[in-house]
Design a protein around this ligand. Structure first.
Ligand code: PMV
Length: 333
């Protein structure tokens, strides 16, 4: 088995039809499909090197610091999956950097596990297809499966027990469509509850979980049609409604889960105001307090200015469609 070093890069993605619920927790198999846009400006670059000389434990450097505790354990579990798949026993050294460290708390696990899946599989001597990489990335984080693909991506939930048919595919009709996601960062630091725990609690205790899942298939069809037509108002309206339904299902859990802060709601009102003024802009919100606003590229500067002027907004960023995970450098040891 030839071991090498590989550096890969992946952009994070923002779901317009959310993934919120698993059909199998240990394999990270989603209960329904989802649909997202992979971004250029927010992402992760990761280098993985396997070597017998690296000692008894995997070494993980994250943004210039040694990872410890749960973060280290999550990377080691992922590397174990790669090792098993490749028939490798050597330990690894992982060096990973988020390309926009200032935007902490913004869906970093999606780009992190997409970049790690590509870099680690190549470094272990595997040469996986896009579908196989997506399946592998999914084991690290459900949303990471979509960051293997560039632009608009649809996650197929699959039906097989082993998850080999649960991967993301590109929606090429969306390529070249000049859309933007304007991000409003409304808080610093880690979120209060992780998405896995929040999804699990929603599925177990929320009376709105089943209706939520039942609506996703219809939203996916609508979203695909809006992308094919390049209809930003239709895609945005659907994405906003989908996000509200996801949050409604979480709010109805026991104990309830609320990711919003006053700043989140203030941004929602800013977006409604822009819409009342005639701009086709809509928001989406993930498992945290930040807001992402979908709009035409031409409207992005005006949207960003309005978000930046909203009480409680700490930073803004205009993000554009990006490519899928890719290799930057490879060396054979
Ligand atoms: O990939 P995870 O397990 O962090 O879950 C992501 C969940 C959401 O971001 C809220 C929705 C999504 O589809 O990305």
């Amino acid at each position: 088995m030839k071991l090498s070093s590989c550096t890969a890069i992946a952009g994070t993605n923002i779901a317009l039809v959310k993934y919120w619920g698993k059909r199998n927790a240990s394999l990270n198999l989603p209960a329904a499909g989802s649909l997202s846009l992979t971004l250029r400006e927010l992402g992760t670059r990761t280098t993985v090197r396997f070597g017998e000389h690296l000692g008894p434990a995997d070494r993980v450097r994250l943004n210039g610091r040694d990872a410890t505790g749960a973060v280290h354990a999550r990377v080691v579990s992922f590397l174990d999956i790669v090792r098993q798949q490749a028939g490798v026993t050597a330990r690894a050294e992982v060096v990973t950097e988020n390309s926009v460290p200032t935007a902490a708390g913004l869906a970093s696990s999606a780009s992190a596990f997409a970049a790690l899946a590509l870099a680690a599989s190549r470094a272990a001597g595997l040469s996986l297809s896009s579908e196989e990489l997506s399946v592998l990335a999914r084991r690290g984080s459900g949303s990471a499966a979509r960051s293997i693909v560039g632009g608009f991506a649809e996650m197929r939930p699959g039906i097989r027990g082993d998850g080999t048919d649960a991967y993301a595919v590109a929606i090429p009709e969306g390529d070249g469509w000049p859309v933007r996601l304007v991000v409003a960062v409304t808080a610093e630091g880690e979120k209060a509850i992780g998405s896995t725990e929040a999804m699990e609690r929603t599925a177990r205790t929320s009376p709105y979980y089943r209706p939520w899942i039942d609506h996703v298939t219809r939203d996916l069809l609508d979203a695909r049609a809006a992308i094919v037509e390049h209809d930003i108002a239709r895609l945005g309206a659907l994405a906003e409604r989908n996000a509200m339904r996801m949050h409604a299902s979480a709010m109805a859990a026991d104990p309830p889960i609320l990711f919003w802060t006053p700043a989140t709601i203030a941004v929602m009102e800013t977006v409604r105001g822009l819409r009342a003024g005639g701009l086709p802009v809509h928001f989406t919100i993930d498992a945290g307090p930040h807001v992402k606003v979908l709009c035409d590229a031409a409207d992005a500067p005006a949207v960003e200015a309005a978000l930046a002027a909203t009480t409680g907004v700490l930073r803004t960023l205009i993000a554009s469609p990006g490519r899928g995970a890719r290799i930057l450098q490879e060396t054979t040891a």
